[in-house]
Design a protein around this ligand. Structure first.
Ligand SMILES: [Zn+2]
Length: 132
């Protein structure tokens, strides 16, 4: 299964919410959003398995290898959420903050100096981005 993206990523966050932790089996998920017209499947689309993680959000994973792939949003069809761990090659930009640290795993310590937010950094980010 492969896809390609082009252009700049939206803001990159390390998300510590419980859904991201469970979905990735990790302390947090590094994620960004892009416009859907920046995203294109290249192969293996038939292997996609959807999972409705909430009323608004559908997450897709690969039914062969289990890799988490993308998230789509009912209220924002023009946006695709991608986990950066699934990308090959270099990207422009790096995480700018830890978000949803209010639900961070108790066994994980954040040791870098990035800003931390209990939820979303501010309402502007919420407008230009979509979590989950
Ligand atoms: Zn999250």
């Amino acid at each position: 299964m492969s896809y390609e993206i082009e252009g700049r990523l939206g803001p990159i966050f390390n998300c510590h919410c419980s859904k991201c932790r469970r979905w990735h089996g990790a302390a947090f998920r590094t994620r960004a959003s892009i416009r859907s017209d920046q995203f294109r499947w290249l192969s293996g689309e038939h292997n996609l398995t959807p999972y409705a993680s909430s009323e608004n959000v559908t997450k897709y994973f690969c039914k062969t290898c289990g890799s988490p792939l993308i998230s789509t949003y009912k209220d924002r069809p023009e946006v695709v959420g991608i986990p950066l761990g699934g990308l090959e090659g270099d990207i422009e930009g790096e995480p700018e903050a830890h978000i949803f640290t209010g639900s961070k795993a108790s066994w994980h310590q954040i040791t870098d100096l990035l800003p931390q937010f209990d939820n979303w950094p501010n309402s502007e980010s919420r407008v230009r981005d979509t979590n989950d």
